[in-house]
Design a protein around this ligand. Sequence first.
Ligand SMILES: [Zn+2]
Ligand SMILES: [Zn+2]
Length: 224
Amino acid sequence: MSEIIKQIDMGKSNAYLIEAEKGYILVDAGMPDKVGEIKKVLAEEDAALEDIILIIITHVHYDHVGSLSALQKKTKAKILVHENEKDFLEKGKTNFPEGTVFISKLISKLSNLFSEGKFKAVSPDIIINDNYDLKQYGIDGEVIETPGHTRGSISIIINGENIICGDTLFNFMPHSVYPPFANDKKQLIESWKKINDYNCQRFYPGHGSVFTQEKFIKTLNKKL
Ligand SMILES: [Zn+2]
Ligand SMILES: [Zn+2]
């Protein structure tokens, strides 16, 4: 695992902390009441919450924005989200995306029925609808659009070889990184092809542990 990207267990999902020259960039904000997990990792670096300068939200699902409202209050960080996710963030609710296989289809239907997916609403500072360069924060990084899991899903390429990909790829099965939920399966595969063109070596998913390009390419080839 690359040193400049740290994985943080935020309950049901991962967040990532990236060290930049001007401070820290946090990717995603996990489940509620998880600010302490971020604090702990920062403390190991002799840093504090105030050192977070930017929070990038890969997509607005309750398990990725649960602690965002608390973080907004405790930091001066700007919050970045894609234009297609903005309304959900401001409303504090997102519907579950459709399942891609039988069991996740069922989970998706039930979750919407019981209106899961609520969180504390947040108003973002930076809204993007294209690539976004992270050079201004003192890092070789770029945010790219990777829709499919949701319409406004984004990923972050760091140093040209690492990709933090939110739920565009899931890593909890031994031979596949295909996500169990996606709003648009065709769009998802188009995003996978785009990711493939970047030729990244290490993948940092929203769920599961860090994995290599080999596992990604194996799953991609099965889906083409
Ligand atoms: Zn998720
Ligand atoms: Zn998701």
